[in-house]
Design a protein around this ligand. Sequence first.
Ligand code: PEP
Length: 250
Amino acid sequence: TPGIRPLVAGNWKMNGTSASLNELRTIGNGFMSGLDTETEAVVCVPATLLAHAAEILSRTPVRVGGEDCHPKESGAYTGRISAEMLKDAGASHVIVGHSECRADLGEDDALVQAKASAAWRAGLVAIICIGETRAEREAGTTLEVLSRQVAGSVPPSATAANTIIAYEPVWAIGTGLTPTAADVAEAHAHIRAKLVELLGDAAARMRILYGGSVKPSNAAELLGIDNVDGALVGGASLKAADFLGIAEAY
Ligand code: PEP
């Protein structure tokens, strides 16, 4: 989208130990040594790696993020992690409402919205994930689902500075399947229109990332589509060469 600097965001999910930090070193070095790209980059890593990752990337333009947060700042929530804790560990971003959290943990739109607000409270940028399931796509309800998720998951005071939307068709995540370029264009235009309806003109500059089986070989096509302002990358973000290859699509 004109006037929007793209963002390539990685999502390591439940992958990575200290041995994996070498991939982050390579990613950081790639951005430091003349990688031919216009894009910003953030890698969202497991909380166990966050402080290490932030240290490794501290002298590079690559930022680090968390993969989820609790809506509360602190308290009796065993095993959970607050946005403030992520910030303290060096995060600048946090993913909220990933389809794996929506499905595995039963998260609804209201909870996702609360998590996005928590991210801002801590000074983090919220990456809010939405996307239809295969059944919803086959039933022809994709655009309805996206409208409902945008209205329910994005806090009404969201701005282009504190919020990024990630459109991730659930059936495209980790499957190697991707929608057609026309379907991606339709979904992103619909999300853009819904954001502008809810948030006003400020949403014209909000980034809308595409996620779902992005890899170096399909990045240029997917990232060249109207209203696609970057990518959220799962599997391919675990390998520095693949992540850098996707970034080079810009
Ligand atoms: C994701 O989980 O956000 C994702 C897009 O995964 P993958 O790239 O592996 O499909």
